[in-house]
Design a protein around this ligand. Structure first.
Ligand code: XMP
Length: 320
């Protein structure tokens, strides 16, 4: 049983001191690795790890080809400003090869997890000589995976897998007692830029969690463009999270007076405190119309844009 630390009333400084001590003790004189995706959780872990280990923590950004527009460059720049050097590891081909032909959600998740931990990170760890991987698993990830709702990409030990045996390194999870609201408090106290700790959540499987059916470079390209429109338009909405999803079914539309059997994009925008429950944000209809206009305009091949109005549960925040 993991003991939850509730954000409200939490002693953030004491939490940070405790986790810094825990990381130092586990790593000893050695080095550790962490994979930064630019999401809130991995950003906070990066800062926590650097406070504990300084240059003995090596931070990598795994470019899996599933990231948002300009993400790698932006993350490298933001962390450089914080004095943290981030190395970008190009693994695009490996991830797309691993995802080829898969359309079942759990099989896709499994393929991403395998590629990430067993191949890419294992290689990085091996060549660096590190024995520990630091990662930003939070309580909600553990609960949903253990309950069998979704296999969150970063859940390893809680599924009975020994990472040392399976991949050759230990995993440290300093945020596992927290939920998103607690993680944000820690991020703020660690001096992360607001752009990072206020960021909307982004899933471990990245844009692959937003492509229903097979994940190909072309389909990721379409959802990446739509995501960029949605994020630009809703950044001041105050919502907990917003996203674009690419559907598998095609629908009939028309373009230039001709039938066009095109793609469908679903927009989701959520109000939530900690992602356990969520409800669709009541966006003004004018905003929805503008979203549709811009997506149809900027993403070639899309003929339909819908807005999700179902709450979690029974929906989940991500579609895959
Ligand atoms: P769901 O979709 O389970 O998402 O309601 C809950 C929150 O966790 C974020 N998140 C993930 N979701 N797989 C997911 O399905 C992952 O690996 C993952 N990592 C993070 C999600 O974006 C939402 O905020």
């Amino acid at each position: 049983m993991i003991e939850e630390i509730v954000a409200q009333g939490m002693d953030v400084e004491r939490f940070i001191q405790g986790k810094v001590a825990m990381i130092r003790e586990a790593v000893g004189n050695g080095t550790a690795i962490n994979a930064l995706s630019g999401g809130v959780d991995s950003s906070v872990v990066t800062m926590l790890g650097h406070r504990a280990l300084g240059g003995r923590l090596k931070t990598v950004f795994v470019q899996n080809g599933l990231m948002r527009e300009g993400e790698a460059e932006r993350v490298v720049e933001l962390f450089r400003d914080l004095g943290v050097e981030v190395r970008v590891v190009d693994a695009r081909k490996e991830f797309f090869d691993a995802l080829k032909g898969l359309s079942d959600p759990e099989e896709k998740r499994e393929a991403i997890t395998r590629e990430f931990y067993r191949n890419v990170l294992a290689r990085v760890v091996r060549t660096s000589g590190a024995k520990h991987l630091l990662q930003g698993t939070i309580l909600t990830d553990v609960e949903e995976t253990v309950a069998g709702i979704k296999r969150q990409h970063n859940i390893i030990e809680q599924l009975g897998i020994d990472p040392k045996e399976a991949f050759g390194y230990h995993i440290l999870e300093p945020l596992v007692q927290l939920r998103k609201d607690g993680v944000r408090k820690v991020g703020m106290a660690l001096g992360l830029q607001e752009e990072l700790f206020r960021r909307i959540p982004f899933p471990g499987p990245a844009l692959a969690a937003r492509v229903i059916g097979e994940v190909t470079p072309e389909r990721i390209g379409a959802v990446r463009k739509a995501t960029s429109v949605v994020e630009r338009m809703l950044k001041d909405s105050g919502a907990f999270q917003y996203m674009a999803i690419l559907h598998q079914d095609r629908v009939t539309g028309m373009r230039d007076g001709k039938r066009d059997f095109g793609m469908q994009i679903e927009v989701r925008c959520w109000d939530s405190v900690d992602a356990r429950k969520a409800s669709p944000t009541r966006l003004p209809f004018e905003t929805l119309e503008e979203l549709a206009r811009r997506i149809l305009d900027e993403v070639p091949g899309v003929v339909s844009v819908t807005y999700n109005i179902a709450a979690k549960p029974p929906s989940t925040i991500e579609a895959v």
